[in-house]
Design a protein around this ligand. Structure first.
Ligand code: 7GP
Length: 814
């Protein structure tokens, strides 16, 4: 007998249909007959919200009245994905919804499709934040996600006729958005600029201008926990709506100028991934949401108190700094405690360091934010003073610990015109963590070595995870059903380590065949989806080989495309016999930062290789390449379940963790990858024989650098590599234009910072193993099952438990 523990609301489908009808009438003023799928989407969403409302209010009450410390996850990005299906799942209304909507005369898929995905994040860091708040709610831990409600999220990507990326604004709020509740009555004032003066021996900040931070609240329903947490995203509004006097002189633009300036703060998400952009507006954004959130937490936990005892603050809430973006929160809390509540420096410092913890998500030194002190001084003069004072205290502390003066200089938080936010976060918080074992080790050994030498106890690791609700249950219902059948329970959805129970079934041919059938059906689904959405003709009877992630040199999409060109040439020139070739469909998905020249050129190259390969009769049925544009959470949910082979091929020592790798393994794809980020731990768990490992290790990379890396030597030494690169330069993929990709080729041959050329040989060699295994479907799928069975560790529920134990020291509400 199968044990089903998924939440199921007692409401019937008929009742739910009535609720939708009521909502259409009283909320939107339309009849069922007049309604469009978009109307039904809004009405159904409102109806689900009503079902979650009591739990939401109860969770807040228990949090404020109880003694369990809450978590405030401060993040400039939350890449949530669509909300309706997830909310239905957690409210136990999935089946009722499907039936109700059909009974009202709508196709449920049309209603689901009417939701526009909020793209309030760039990539891994933002999606991780979304998985984490889902897991916190599912574990019943009281938590806030605090961030920004950008008016424009990550740009919408399109390709022009030459295959170049074009960026279009993402108008995600132009349609009615039923999930976010704008709470004008709980707004906060956030100030900027001006000067600091001395008044009665006290420092007083006289800001020049202020904006109103208005919270927009999203429910974060837990799965089977009965708890609903809050994602509070701040939106900037002006205090001076507009200047009527100016308006009366018919200078409309001048009249709205202050409003426009204020509202610019939450207008747009910076489309950067991994590299900071030194823009004043970005610092304004960071301070804006962090200052509003800190004041909000004081309001929530000390309701109505004029003189709260803030020495208890760290027992009420701890703030997790999601990378360096919210680190200005450290001097802000100091300022609030000292200037607004009158605490002395040492008391304030004690409270602050107990409140904050910092997660680093990168290994690229250029991605650790450094702000010009002059800019901070202009926007936040009091904060700059506090930062300087923190730095003085820090240097004195280092001196007392007998750290030598050169090292002290290297570690300075404030030096010259620079403020190093990662250093401020490390000194100003209790814990620092990396996001995978290898990453945390490299933080200690390299990136933050001096800090780890002086403060070894601050450093810890928490390996990332992903939510099984969205990325297995919602994305892959067929596999979910098979897992439940195989295990005899659906409890795995809240205890993912139970997947281990599938391990013996990898030896059961009947089960393996069922598993293979699930994958095949998912491939057919994806092929249909790709046809409908993109006009692609994907053959579901080929191996689906996927590389989806942000376009970045270190992730090495270039390695994939060069190997693909080599393979194309081999097939075309008859260097591979017909039965050596397993037909493959290669799918890319990637956005490049708009100012990242080589990344954009790589996109253009991939598109042009795809055009040539897909139109060449010589390779028809053997190799095809597709690049669906605008990769987002929705596309991920369709593509990941249909993938046979996943690419995680970054240069060792560069990918902090990766989370796509976890999603693929959990959905029964095999991985070809380097010993980088969480790949290392995935391989350890699923077994070396079930993972296609290739390429240099971190030590080998370092050694090659040290010996003087010459990419041209690799080009000369490997005829297949040489041929592939020559095809890029000779115009094969650019209608004869030899200059089209010249900068890319020049970079490969002279710099190749991430050693694509050095790993090319190993990468092409491993393909033979991949092909040989794929030629034996039962064996392939056996290994895929072993991947699923042994990836339960990569649930974000487990990540949250690790944070709770190692960093936050709190737990579920009683
Ligand atoms: C990413 C890392 O590149 C990725 O390896 C990791 O899995 C993910 O964070 C979640 O931890 N970093 C970012 O997305 C990012 O913007 C800013 O980093 C420094």
């Amino acid at each position: 007998m199968t044990e089903i523990t998924a939440p199921k609301s007692p409401v019937s489908a008929e009742q739910f249909a009535d609720e939708i009808r009521e909502q259409l009438k009283y909320g939107q003023g339309v009849t069922v007959e007049q309604a469009t799928p978009a109307d039904v989407y809004v009405a159904a969403s409102q109806a689900v919200r009503r079902h979650l409302m009591d739990s939401w209010m109860q969770t807040q009450a228990d949090m404020v009245n109880g003694t369990t410390k809450a978590v405030g996850y401060l993040s400039a990005e939350f890449l949530m994905g669509k909300q309706l299906r997830n909310a239905l799942l957690n409210a136990g209304l999935t089946e009722q919804f499907d039936t109700a909507v059909e009974s009202l005369g709508f196709n449920y898929q049309d209603v689901i499709d009417a939701e526009h995905e909020p793209g309030l994040g760039n990539g891994g860091l933002g999606r991780l934040a979304a998985c984490f708040i889902d897991s916190l709610a599912s574990l019943g831990v009281p938590a806030f996600g605090y961030g920004i409600q950008y008016k424009y999220g990550i740009f919408e990507q399109a390709f022009d006729k030459d295959g170049k990326q074009i960026e279009k604004p993402d108008y995600w709020l132009t349609n009615e958005e039923p999930w976010g509740h704008i709470d004008y009555n709980r707004s906060q004032k956030v100030s900027f600029g001006g000067e600091v003066v001395e008044e009665g021996g006290k420092k007083v900040w006289k800001p020049a201008w202020s904006v109103r931070a208005v919270p927009v609240d999203y429910m974060v329903p837990g799965y089977a926990s009965g708890r609903v947490n809050t994602l509070r995203l701040w939106s900037a509004k002006s205090y001076d709506e507009f200047d009527l006097l100016t308006f009366n002189r018919s200078e409309y633009l001048d009249a709205v100028r202050p409003q426009v300036a204020a509202e610019n703060i939450s207008k747009i998400l910076y489309p950067e991934d991994s590299t900071p952009q030194g823009k004043a507006l970005r610092l304004e954004q960071q301070y804006f949401f962090v200052a509003a959130s800190i004041h909000d937490a004081i309001r929530v936990f000390y309701p109505g108190q004029e003189n709260p005892d803030l020495t208890t603050f760290p027992s009420k809430i701890c703030f997790q700094l999601n990378d360096t973006h919210p680190v200005i929160g450290i001097p802000e809390l100091m300022r609030v405690l000292i200037d607004e509540y009158g605490y002395d420096w040492d008391t304030a410092w004690g409270i602050t360091t107990k409140t904050f913890n910092y997660t680093c998500h990168t290994l690229l030194p250029e991605a650790l934010e450094v702000w010009p002190a002059s800019l901070i001084g202009e926007l936040l003069p009091r904060h700059l003073e506090i930062i300087k004072q923190i730095n003085e205290q820090f240097e004195a502390e280092l001196t007392s610990k007998h750290v030598d003066s050169d090292t002290i200089k290297d570690m300075a938080i404030h030096t010259g015109d620079s403020v190093r936010m990662a250093y401020l976060a490390t000194y100003g918080g209790s814990h620092v963590n990396g996001v995978a074992e290898l990453h945390s080790q490299l933080l200690k050994d390299v990136t933050l070595k001096n800090f780890s030498d002086v403060y070894p106890d601050k450093f810890t690791n928490v390996t990332n995870g992903v939510t099984p609700r969205r990325f297995i249950k919602l994305a892959n219902p067929r596999l979910s059903d098979l897992i439940t059948e195989g295990l005899g329970t659906d409890k795995w959805l809240s205890d993912l380590e139970l997947l281990k129970g599938l391990e013996p079934l990898a030896a059961d041919d009947e089960f393996v065949k069922k598993f293979a059938a699930v994958k095949q059906a998912n491939k057919v689904d994806f092929s249909n989806y790709a046809k409908r959405e993109y006009g692609f003709d994907i053959d579901p009877d080929t191996m689906v080989n996927t590389m989806v992630k942000r376009l970045h040199e270190y992730k090495r999409q270039a390695l994939k495309i060069l190997a693909l060109i080599a393979r194309y040439a081999d097939i075309k020139n008859g260097n591979m016999s017909a039965d050596e070739v397993m037909p493959r469909t290669v799918v890319f998905g990637a956005k490049a930062a708009p100012g990242y020249y080589l990344a954009k050129m790589t996109i253009q190259l991939i598109n042009n290789v795809a055009r040539v390969v897909n139109n060449d009769p010589d390779v028809k049925g053997k190799l095809s390449v597709y690049f669906p544009w605008n990769y987002n959470v929705r596309l991920a949910q369709h593509l990941i379940p249909a993938t046979d082979l996943d690419e995680q091929i970054s240069q060792a020592g560069k990918e902090a963790s990766g989370t796509g790798n976890m999603k693929f393994a959990l959905n029964g794809a095999l991985t070809v990858g380097t010993l980088d980020g969480a790949n290392v731990e995935i391989r350890e768990r699923v077994g070396a024989e079930n993972f296609f490992l290739f390429g240099m290790t971190v030590d080998e990379v370092d050694a090659l650098y040290a010996s003087g890396y010459s990419p041209a030597a690799f080009y000369e030494a490997d005829p297949r590599l040489k041929q592939a690169i020559d095809m890029v330069s000779d115009g094969t993929f650019s209608n004869g234009d030899r200059n089209a990709f010249a900068p890319l080729v020049a970079d490969w041959l002279t710099k190749d910072w991430f050693m694509t050329l050095a790993d090319f040989h190993a990468y092409t060699e491993i393909q033979a193993d991949i092909e040989a295994l794929y030629a034996q479907p039962l064996e392939w799928h056996r290994k895929a099952i072993l991947n699923v069975a042994n990836s339960g560790y990569f649930s974000s529920d487990r990540s949250m438990e690790d944070y709770l134990e190692r960093i936050w020291e709190t737990g579920p509400l009683a």
